[in-house]
Design a protein around this ligand. Structure first.
Ligand code: ATP
Length: 354
């Protein structure tokens, strides 16, 4: 088990900076997600933590030891790749035994250890089967078995479920999370899938263009996005932005959108210029007499809820409302916002006001 801390960690490839100076701490036993769009630098960050890439600057600490310049083999960690590499000519038992045998562990001990791991993963009955004929899921389990059998201090996983179809992916995600809960080993997991990150992670780092945008527990990141990027990357549909030019003073608890006055959480800091009021689709109610108004332009039925798209004076807005609420395309209606959930952003900086 391990606490992993990165401090001002940076990676340049020639003139290109893949990871800007980044700092955060992964506590012992956490299931920690590195989340962001393709090319944002999450894999590079993971590889620097694991010892597969040397940082240009900054440091990686595992349990307080500076390991940034040490190779992976000296970090006592296991790396699980997207395409699990198994030895196809060996059976399951040999595949899982391999890391222990190559460390020189005695055979009876290896047998016992592999038995334990197979039990945890529910693959005892396939131990003597060749890996070639196994289903995708069983191959994943075998590869995980090979990673966990060494009992490393931490696991590093780079989109381990990326190659699976959606349904199976969800199932394996649950298995992985359950496995983590049983073993409690620190796990760092790269994904570009915000739902996967929200469902599985104890904590999430959201990255964009090599920069850490936000770091925290999933609920806080969802409810209180620190940047407009995070607000639009997390959530489906994403947070709406009602854009306006104006001024918000310190201590303000309302903003004016045209004729309508919208209550907002009391602001600590003031700002002026191009601002945006951020509201999640599920925090909007359509009320006939609400003063802020829009025109319904589309409705998308999703079972228990529906997504209503409205044109408003400050931009298009999507509202998630119960599907039994009848809404006419072309109708004008009022939009009522849950004041406690609103976030104000400074558009030029892309940052939330506090
Ligand atoms: P993806 O999900 O697509 O892998 P990512 O967020 O994991 O994206 P990285 O793989 O960390 O992103 O890459 C970040 C940036 O660094 C990308 O623009 C990539 O092209 C670049 N990069 C990564 N490795 C190298 C390298 N060895 N040489 C040059 N550029 C690289």
């Amino acid at each position: 088990m391990a606490q992993i801390r990165i401090e001002s960690l940076r990676k340049e490839f020639g003139a290109f900076t893949a990871v800007q100076s980044s700092s955060f701490t992964i506590e012992d036993g956490e299931f920690f997600m590195l989340l962001g769009p393709s090319g944002c630098g999450k894999t590079t960050t993971l590889r620097m933590m694991a010892g597969l890439e040397l940082p240009t600057a900054g440091e990686v600490f595992i349990d307080g030891d500076a390991v940034g310049q040490k190779p992976a083999s000296q970090r006592d960690i296991a790396f699980v790749f997207q395409m699990f590499a198994l030895y196809p000519h060996m059976n399951v038992r040999r595949n899982i035994s391999y890391p222990l045998l190559s460390q020189g562990m005695a055979r009876p001990q290896v047998r016992a250890k592999v038995g334990e791991v197979a039990e945890i993963l529910g693959i005892t009955d396939i131990l003597d089967r060749p890996v070639g004929g196994l289903s995708g899921g069983d191959r994943q389990r075998v590869a995980l078995g090979r990673a966990i059998v060494r009992e490393p201090r931490a696991f590093f996983m780079d989109e381990p479920l990326g190659a699976l179809d959606a349904e199976f992916r969800e199932h394996m995600a649950e298995e992985l999370r359950a496995l983590h809960d049983r073993m409690g080993a620190t796990t760092v997991y790269v994904t570009h899938d915000q739902l996967e990150a929200m469902q599985m992670g104890d904590k999430i780092v959201v990255m964009n263009h090599g920069v850490v945008e936000q770091f925290g527990v999933p609920q806080d990141i969802y409810d209180w996005p620190a940047t407009m990027f995070v607000a639009s990357f997390i959530g489906s549909p994403p947070m709406n932005f009602l854009r306006f030019d104006g001024m918000v003073g310190a201590g303000t608890d309302q903003v004016s959108l045209g004729e309508a006055t919208i209550p907002v959480p009391t602001q600590r800091d003031g700002a002026h210029g191009k601002l945006a009021l951020g509201v999640r689709p599920e925090h909007i109610r359509l009320l006939d007499d609400a003063p802020y108004r829009g025109e319904v332009v589309a409705a998308e039925y999703l079972g228990t809820t529906q997504i209503i798209t409205l044109n408003t004076p400050h931009g298009e807005v999507k509202a998630r409302i119960p599907s039994d609420r009848k809404v006419q395309i072309g109708a004008r209606t009022g939009l009522d916002f849950d004041a406690r959930t609103l976030t104000l952003f400074e558009c030029d900086k892309g940052r939330a006001l506090l």
